[in-house]
Design a protein around this ligand. Structure first.
Ligand code: DGL
Length: 272
């Protein structure tokens, strides 16, 4: 892959079905403060978790094209469901480097576990795809992986119910079977879930390590940019740019709360 025509000052393109990918953006910003970001949240079509593989591939290719048109230098699929279903298709469709969230999360889980009993929570799409099992077993075939779909977490996050008593109840219900399997590491296999991290932490056994792949993704972004000599050295002065497929007030409200920098540049994309 030759990317010598790309300027290191170009932004990184990041996409998710909605607000969840911001958890990844935050980690990229922490590790690579100079980098600009163009973010696409598919707020008009969220959730992705209960949709078929072919639909998710169509959406992901459409968004990839959009991000390319914005002149990005690398694409991060900050959505586990889209990574599980569409990573290969996106890689085939673009000449830009593409980073998904599943491999970095799997790597971190294998690193943290001592008992080799790993729990994974994600959307129905991610769990059914077995993407984490495959990624974890590729790293170490001795690992035991226990997966649980937690579809209600996404609307709870999109609703901003981070401390609501109903959220605690639902967390307990989903995580009980995994605790019964005596896992010592739990992968938050959906980029929405780190927004519930404190609530999940309160409800699960304290012996369980929570893995949020955002940090690992940021490290991968850094090494890919380094490899292609695309790390930005000039200081970023422009704000991140956010695009959505539905301009709802919730995205702005949660974005403002979560990102500790101005969150005003949110633009509606109307697909032709
Ligand atoms: N944030 C997405 C993920 O990481 C999915 C949420 C959804 O749209 O269902 O899987």
């Amino acid at each position: 892959m030759t990317l010598s025509h790309l300027n290191p000052d170009l932004p990184i393109g990041v996409f998710d079905s909605g607000i969840g990918g911001l958890t990844v953006v935050k980690e990229i910003k922490r590790l690579l403060p100079n980098e600009g970001i163009v973010y696409f949240g598919d707020t008009g079509r969220v959730p992705y978790g209960n949709k078929s593989k072919s639909t998710i591939i169509d959406y992901s290719l459409q968004i990839t094209k959009f991000l390319e048109s914005q002149g990005v230098k690398l694409i991060v699929i900050a959505c586990n469901t889209a990574t599980a279903h569409a990573l290969d298709a996106v890689k085939k469709a673009t000449h830009l480097p593409v980073i998904g969230v599943v491999d970095p999360g799997a790597k971190a889980a294998v690193h943290y576990t001592k008992s080799k009993r790993i729990g994974v929570i994600g959307t129905v799409g991610t769990v059914n795809s077995k993407a984490y099992e495959k990624a974890i077993h590729k790293l170490n075939s001795d690992m035991l992986v226990f997966s649980q779909a937690a579809p209600l977490f996404v609307p709870l996050v999109e609703e901003g119910w981070f401390t609501h008593p109903a959220t605690s109840l639902i967390i307990r219900e989903y995580l009980k079977p995994l605790e019964n399997e005596r896992i010592d590491t739990l992968v938050l296999g959906c980029t929405h879930y780190p927004l519930l991290k404190s609530a999940i932490d309160r409800e699960v056994f304290s012996s369980i390590t929570l893995v949020d792949s955002g940090e690992e993704v940021a490290k991968d972004v850094k090494s890919v940019l380094e490899k292609h000599k695309l790390l930005r050295v000039s200081k970023r002065t422009e704000p991140f740019q956010y695009f959505v497929s539905d301009l709802n007030f919730r995205f702005k409200e949660l974005g403002k709360m979560f990102m500790d920098e101005p969150f005003d540049k949110v633009t509606l994309v109307e697909w032709q």
